[in-house]
Design a binder for this molecule. Structure first.
Ligand code: NAD
Ligand code: GLY
Length: 375
């Protein structure tokens, strides 16, 4: 059995490891045992992932002498609402969770954000472990301790910074992930190259097909590089106070507006929105003269080549949706990243040269959006 790759997240007393590799679901109990406050875990999963991996994960804990139960929530973003959150807390308390119980999030970003938030407030805080099962969760949401739920004011408007004790990214579970979800996660992989690692973007261009087709070594490498990048940024700016962690929001101001316009639903997945948003960030940067048009075109070409939806027309198979640049800008203002009404963008001076700015000429922004709508 090959040893997993380990990436450390260095946060003083809250440091933890991310283990990446095949077969980790079956080794979870042995790997986690020494970190547990007591011999009991409750696995939180969703109704799609629990039947696939819940019993195997629970068995790996019981085989290690740890009591394990599985609680499920409905699959999808709707579980990240107050009502679902309240039901989960009650379910956990009904099962007699105590302060020495560890919660284990088995699923994508929805389960991870929800379980992490529950762990941060339940009995004033219990430990939790992330077992991310989507590519997006393995390279982004399970790492860095952002937890939260949505309100009618927007996504992730209520939440905490609360770090897991361990992240176990089992690369084999990606085999059951629908291709569309895999691609959405791949957009977040590319993001790390675009932020500050041009060599990794080159690698992505050369290896995207292998990563997406299931090459185990390349998948592991892509996840490891992504986690290394995220761990480095989170260690330097855990609470996003220094315009450093904010770089991870490359593509997110645009992406958030697209998600808001499409109702945060199945028409446009979060990772798809980030992919389209990154292409827009490069487009706007080129129009402002910050980066070359050829680099913007290169990024667009790579994202389109893997099959990410970049054209607004046709998103979610809907050619008749009416897009409006003023409405999109309105959504950007409602984003929690906007400070005192000023839009915040991550723009680029080139591939691997991202920076945060609050000085974007609104006429240029509107011109870029109008062109994207017409394309
Ligand atoms: P998700 O959790 O909804 O999972 C996508 C779908 O795939 C679900 O239907 C799920 O049941 C299914 N699925 C998961 N793993 C599977 C597997 N191995 N095989 C088959 N099906 C599987 O979506 P996501 O893209 O993982 O996460 C999106 C969420 O993450 C959003 O709520 C977003 O706000 C959040 N997020 C959080 C952070 C953070 O830093 N905390 C970062 C990025 C995104
Ligand atoms: N996904 C952005 C962050 O974790 O900060």
């Amino acid at each position: 059995m090959s040893e997993p790759r380990i990436v450390g997240v260095n946060l003083a007393g809250r440091s933890y490891d991310i283990a990446i590799g095949p077969g980790l679901i079956d080794r979870a109990g042995a790997l986690a045992k020494k970190l547990l406050a007591g011999p009991r875990v409750v696995i939180v999963s969703d109704e799609t992932v629990a039947p696939l991996y819940g019993a195997r994960l629970a068995a790996s804990f019981t085989n290690a002498g740890i009591d394990a139960a599985v609680v499920t929530v409905p699959a999808g973003e709707s579980s990240k609402e107050f009502a679902g959150f309240g039901r989960l807390l009650s379910d956990l308390l009904d099962r007699g969770v105590d302060r020495k119980t560890t919660l284990v999030a088995l699923g994508g970003g929805v389960v991870g954000d929800l379980t992490g938030f529950a762990a941060s407030v339940l009995l004033r805080g219990v430990d939790f472990i992330q077992v991310p099962t989507t590519l997006l969760a393995q390279v982004d949401s399970s790492v860095g301790g952002k937890t939260g739920i949505n309100t009618r004011h927007g996504k992730n408007m209520v939440g905490t910074f609360y770090q897991p004790r361990l992240v176990l990214a089992d690369t084999e579970v990606l085999d059951t992930l629908p291709r569309r979800e895999l691609l959405a996660g791949y957009a977040e992989v590319v993001k790390y190259g675009l932020i500050d690692d041009p060599a990794f973007f080159d690698w992505c261009e050369a290896n995207a097909a292998a990563v997406l087709e299931g090459d185990a070594a390349k998948r592991t490498y892509a996840i490891e590089q992504s986690c290394l990048a995220k761990a480095r940024i989170v260690a330097a700016d855990e609470r996003e106070t220094a315009d450093l962690r904010a770089l991870l929001n490359l593509g997110h101001t645009f992406g958030h507006a697209l998600e808001a316009e499409t109702g945060f639903g199945p028409d446009l997945l979060h990772g798809e929105a980030v992919g389209a948003g990154m292409a827009m960030a490069f487009d706007l940067s080129a129009r402002i003269g910050l980066c070359s048009e050829s680099e913007a075109a290169r990024v667009n070409r790579h994202l389109a080549s893997v099959g990410l939806p970049l054209r607004l027309r046709g998103i979610g198979g809907n050619n008749s949706r009416t897009w409006d640049s003023a409405r999109l800008i309105g959504h950007m203002r409602g984003d929690k990243k906007a400070a005192a009404g000023r839009l915040t963008f991550v723009l680029v001076k080139g591939i691997g040269q991202a920076f945060v700015t609050r000085d974007v000429d609104e006429a240029l922004l509107r011109g870029m959006l109008d062109a994207a709508i017409a394309a």
